[in-house]
Design a protein around this ligand. Structure first.
Ligand code: ADP
Length: 612
């Protein structure tokens, strides 16, 4: 066992070209090698695959990896083959003959790792194979798909447990997900049947990601300005609707940007083609609805722009998290507009997806969604650190990050405590029966029909904040809600009420500060957020040359460029400029197999550059 533990470093170096394990990886691998079930809850990009692939290569026998998506399996298998590992997948994308052949090869022990779709587990042919093969481990990727609590429930996952129980000898079971709510965790352990698993939860923080919120006057202009400085970097632009995708895609296409598009309204053929264009960097910018992305493993996505605000923080974290999987700096920018809230509210009210729900149940679900939407909206308005806000939402403590648009926004703060107190008193006086809009009208002294109807013009608070603009009153209201001085109900017509902490503000123990509304700051912040290393590397033409070599090789080999070497590896090549094969092996991401295959091509460019 000790030697296996030691060998894991050799495997990591030889195949992956990495020297050290990342947080959580080593513990999980050791537990697996000790024969213990494991459950790894790690954010996207943390390196879950290494956790099951490294032990798979060390154990006698085959590892089956159950994975929900064909594209994900293909990508993983291609990545393994590139590293020199024999792996295969079994799913519906194979013809019957290909499937038979793959199974026959598997039977002969040709593959160490086999990816399989959950629906295959019950088929006779697969079972015949599985009951005879020496299966050392069953690994379940995206394990949250077993849970009906999650967004990606997949009935096929419920068959995993029965499948494992049928095997003549129980293999080690390892499960992985990036979704960590308590319900999902319990479901995974129970429904997959993990035995006393070693569970590791690593942080949700992704330090290499810059988070930004911008409230542009004209989103189209802001987007074009942003893209105009990104060169031919790869990125995703998410829009809320198919119509939005079409509009943005057409606009960018007209302007000559290398864009493609993806949404559920396109036929399968076009979706596949567009996805490939993006993955292979033929068209490095993808404009898409949220139908795009599940299972996209592209590691060199340098930015994810949300052209519209998503419906909740969970979706935002998942979608934005597709940036920077290689660990290099990447940017996640949300272009917020007030209409985004209305669109999402409309989606919530229209949602009839869950037909089985009774009216009462449906109302409970909707109230929860409205609350989530509100928290998402606050993310766009918060004046504090965006990362801190996000991590706290997911239950993690953190402090300000210095790599988000709010931390880098040094606009002056103004003290609005006096106004805030009058606001809260106004809510109290009006009897906590009205929505935000009406309260603001009352405080501002607007004689609207509703104000008259409810006799709010006769209140003492009427017009007490006449000199403060309606916009600023909205800002104050939001800050009051975020800080818990006021709360809103989650009903269809939300009512503003006193919050738990209202007293602390009213009796002068707390103050409220307001920062001038953030304007378009995408451009101005651009410089400060790149790390020095990557900026140097990128401004340097050697990086571009290496990228070119990678692209050419990728086209020859018909694999996505990032599977040859990640952006991170290219950056390190630029920084260290290796001259020999031995030196090149020192670079993170260069394993033996890749060195043999691609070493020369890269080394000759580096040598030529050094001599210039
Ligand atoms: P996840 O499945 O958790 O989203 P991946 O397994 O796709 O993440 O890994 C993300 C990226 O991190 C990949 O490019 C992978 O090669 C890289 N990676 C994984 N482990 C390490 C490590 N120990 N050192 C350096 N890079 C790593």
């Amino acid at each position: 066992m000790e030697t296996m533990r030691q060998n894991k470093f050799d495997i990591l170096k030889q195949y992956y070209g990495y020297d050290t394990f990342r947080e959580g990886q080593e513990e999980l691998i050791d537990a697996i090698l000790d024969g213990q079930d494991v459950f790894g809850i790690m954010p996207t990009g943390a390196g879950k695959s290494v956790c099951y692939q490294v032990p798979a290569l060390l154990m006698d026998g085959i590892t089956l990896v159950i994975s929900p998506l064909i594209s994900l399996m293909k990508d993983q298998v291609r990545a393994l083959n590139e590293m020199g590992v024999h792996a295969a997948y079994l799913n519906s994308s194979l013809t019957y003959n290909q499937y038979k052949l793959a199974l026959a090869n598997a039977m002969r022990g040709q593959y160490k790792i086999i990816y399989v779709a959950p629906e295959r587990l019950e088929t006779q042919e697969f079972l015949t194979f599985a009951l005879q093969a020496p299966i050392a481990m069953v690994s379940i990727d995206e394990a949250h798909c077993v849970s009906q609590w999650g967004q990606d429930f997949r009935p096929g996952y419920l068959k995993i447990r029965a499948f494992i129980e049928r095997l003549p000898e129980r293999p080690v079971i390892s499960a992985f997900t990036a979704t960590a709510t308590k319900e999902v965790r319990e479901d995974v352990t129970e429904l997959i049947g993990l035995h006393n698993p070693r569970t590791i939860v690593t942080g949700f923080n992704r330090p290499n990601l810059y988070f930004g919120v911008s409230i542009p006057k004209d989103k189209k202009i802001t987007l074009k300005q942003y893209l105009s400085v990104r060169g031919d970097e790869s990125g995703i632009v998410y829009c809320a609707t198919r119509k939005g995708v079409e509009e943005v895609h057409e606009m960018l296409l007209k302007e000559g940007y290398p864009v493609t598009r993806y949404h559920a309204g396109l036929d399968d053929e076009e979706r596949r083609k567009n996805q490939d264009d993006f993955i292979y960097d033929r068209k490095p910018v993808m404009v898409a609805t949220n139908a795009f992305g599940m299972g996209i493993d592209k590691s060199n996505v340098r930015f994810v722009i949300h052209y519209n605000m998503p419906k909740n923080m969970e979706s935002y974290y998942q979608e934005a998290g597709r940036a920077g999987r290689d660990g290099e700096p990447a940017e996640c920018i949300l272009l917020f507009g007030k209409r985004d809230v209305i669109t999402n509210e409309y989606f919530i009210e229209q949602d009839r997806e869950n037909d089985e729900l009774s009216e009462t149940e449906l109302e409970i679900v909707k109230a929860a969604e409205r609350e989530k939407l509100r928290r998402m909206t606050w993310y766009c308005y918060t004046q504090g650190c965006l990362r801190e806000y996000m991590l706290q939402y997911f239950g993690e403590e953190s402090s300000a990050c210095d790599n988000c648009s709010n931390c880098l926004n040094h606009a002056e703060l103004t003290d609005v405590t006096r106004e805030a107190i009058l606001f809260v008193k106004g809510v109290e006086e009006a009897g906590a029966r009205f929505g935000e809009k009406l309260i603001i009208e009352m405080l501002h002294g607007s004689l609207t029909p509703k104000v008259k109807q409810f006799k709010l013009d006769q209140k003492e608070s009427f017009g007490c904040l006449k000199s403060v603009s309606l916009d600023k009153l909205s800002q104050i209201s939001r800050q009051l809600q975020m800080k818990g001085y006021l709360v809103v109900t989650s009903s269809e017509y939300p009512i503003l009420q006193m919050g738990e902490k209202a007293e602390e503000l009213l009796d002068g123990r707390e103050t409220l500060m307001l920062r001038e509304q953030k304007k378009e700051e995408v451009k101005q912040k651009k410089k400060s957020r790149r790390t020095e290393g990557s900026q140097m590397a990128k401004s340097n033409s050697i990086f571009e040359r290496l990228r070119r070599v990678r692209l050419d090789l990728a086209r020859e080999e018909k694999v996505p460029p990032y599977l040859i070497f990640s952006d991170r590896t290219l950056v390190e090549l630029c920084q260290k400029m290796p001259q020999t094969e031995d030196e090149m092996l020192e670079i993170s991401g260069v394993g033996l197999h890749k060195l043999q295959k691609y070493g020369d091509a890269f080394l000759s460019v580096i040598r030529a550059f050094s001599e210039e």
